[in-house]
Design a protein around this ligand. Sequence first.
Ligand SMILES: *[C@@H]1O[C@H](CO)[C@@H](O)[C@H](O)[C@H]1NC(C)=O
Ligand SMILES: *[C@@H]1O[C@H](CO)[C@@H](O)[C@H](O)[C@H]1NC(C)=O
Ligand SMILES: *[C@@H]1O[C@H](CO)[C@@H](O)[C@H](O)[C@H]1NC(C)=O
Ligand SMILES: *[C@@H]1O[C@H](CO)[C@@H](O)[C@H](O)[C@H]1NC(C)=O
Length: 689
Amino acid sequence: MFLFYLGLFWTLLINMTAAQSKFTPVRPPSLPLAVKSPYLSTWFPAGSEGGNGGYLPGQWPTFWTGQITGWAGLIRVDGNAFIWMGAPKDINTANQVAYEYTSTRSIFTIEVDGKISMKITFLSPLTPNDFKRQSLIFSYMQVEVSSLDGANHDVQLYTDISAEWVSGDHGDVAQWDFGTTDDISYHRVWKQIPMLFSEKSDQSEWGNIYYATDSADGLTYQSGADNDVRGAFARDGKLANSKDSNFRAINSNWPVFAYAVDLGSVGSSATSTLFSIGLCQNEAIQFLGKDGVTTLPSLWKSYFSDDFAALSFFHKDYSESSRLSTELDDKVAKDSIAAAGENYLILTSLAARQAFGAVQLVGTSDKPYLFLKEISSNGNTQTVDVVYPASPIFLYTNPELLKLLLDPHFENQEAGHYPHKWSIHDLGTHYPNATGHPDGNDEWMPLEECGNMLIMLLAYVQRSKNTDYIRAHYPMLKQWAEYLVEDSLYPANQLSTDDFAGPLLNQTNLALKGMIGLEGMSQISSLIGEDADSKNYTDIAHDYITQWMDLGTNKEDNPPHTILNYGNWSTHGLLYNLYNDALLKTNLVPESIYTQQSNFYPTVKKNYGVPLDTRHDYTKSDWEVFVAAVASIETRDMFLGDLARWVGETTTSKPFTDLYETVNGRHPNGIEFKARPVMGGMFALLALP
Ligand SMILES: *[C@@H]1O[C@H](CO)[C@@H](O)[C@H](O)[C@H]1NC(C)=O
Ligand SMILES: *[C@@H]1O[C@H](CO)[C@@H](O)[C@H](O)[C@H]1NC(C)=O
Ligand SMILES: *[C@@H]1O[C@H](CO)[C@@H](O)[C@H](O)[C@H]1NC(C)=O
Ligand SMILES: *[C@@H]1O[C@H](CO)[C@@H](O)[C@H](O)[C@H]1NC(C)=O
């Protein structure tokens, strides 16, 4: 009897665990698969609003926007086929038991029929100090297979991609071919009529998508209609080595580009198969710089003669690329845990690929640039107040990357392409166009952007010691500083970076950015021996901050706190610009303000965090981490703990949003910020000196 119950207990336990995957460190809203640039950005929706909980078998991967980028995986074990990725029709799904993410990897463990164990590693390498590797728009998928039950099994592996990878408009006609180069087999897919520098649903409409693997024994390939090709594999365990030459619309009998690998008899030692997926575009960006509008090539063109050389290098570089990525994973893990513990690592390691996945190295090896897409908020190019919240990850991993983001701004404005005396907001209404705003009709955020430019420049120079950078741009820096002198004490009615909340006058937090920007300008001047300027700017900054302490603080409240805007005593907000004072070591703001804010935030916290300000219950996770970085340990841990819990519990299913409701954890009505580079701000603690 006892044995019977014990047996029943174990059966129940096994059935229960069979349905559930472990998620380490947590189940994020969307799992990064191939996330490498604004146009190679495939994710797996997990949160319940549009996702399946994070189970690779049974649902399609998607572009960051949500449209499907078909990517399928099947396995045949002793003659029976199972799905391990995607949602092909009429085939049983295998059983996911674990998912884990690091800064560069998503790793799934999947069990097939109780017989075979699979470990699928999606690696989007990050090599911030190695531009040759970082410039390649490619990502790996490694599939390891071994016996689960100790017996040997007859195994064939299958994977395909659909033509959905080449356009956001599925009625568009795709073309494709298959070939080999350097012992590598590749499927190449492109839009039959490419449209240079154009997007549809945020996907790029030019360039070649490659799906490649080793030309090993036992490899077969096929292009053709999805159900036919997948059906052939499920039935035969191999493909016909045939090409479908009926080029057609992406959604017309859904052409797919497939491989099958006969792994033969698989025992307990793992066999591994490597796939590379990527996008090759010769031309990357249209830029209005010192020579007028020019076309900037992808930076990898400086290192590789053509697509095939790039593909071959990438595919054969797996062990080195993997080693460098592990180095980064380990560094982020060690530093995050040392800075603020495991909750903090949940945030940094999820943000790393997302932040780097919104930027792209372009230009030439002697004049490289880093271009950034604002992504979901509206697709602007090189937005200053998006570069700014993203900047901590670049300051932490390689400050030169921040310089490469600032360079195009200086080049554009110093060439006289912007008519206003304040800093431009962005370099183009839509990526990949960085054709500026010669008419001056950008989204004005004058105080915000002047402050951001001065702060980012100084943060870069302090870390690089590159004072020549100041000399090269001093007149422009002074022009922006003059604007701060004019506007920071009583900021005019204007937008701050939180433009979705609307304009407001006399914003306390915005004023603080201007004042720290001025104190930063004093340091900038002093670094190149402009001592009179330095003295003048620090005098002004100190005069302003003394007045700001009275104008911007409600001292009567218990506990006291800064207010949203002057005279509006019952308001409050996240004073995230205080972070700059610590980042630059300007020591402009008295310690009492740091303490006051640390004591105040816990009194207004909601379930998942502290609202951005008194206008709404939503908050911005990037600003929460900026605030946490300069708070007391208790308050810091409150912010990081709530945010890490939100990551694991939120019902949102789009890549890591920076704007969410603190009460229910959802996107605010009508605003879905997702996949934005601003999550580089998760690294705010690690960017501090
Ligand atoms: C970029 O500019 C070109 C014109 O030069 C235009 O055809 C294209 O649609 C623009 N791209 C986007 C994404 O707006
Ligand atoms: C800004 O605040 C100051 C000080 O409270 C006030 O005198 C001024 O009127 C405000 N500005 C505007 C435009 O309301
Ligand atoms: C200090 O800066 C202010 C504001 O930009 C300017 O009007 C003034 O002439 C400067 N003074 C000196 C001594 O440079
Ligand atoms: C005071 O703050 C509230 C938000 O709490 C805002 O809606 C309102 O516009 C502000 N009032 C003024 C006069 O700026």
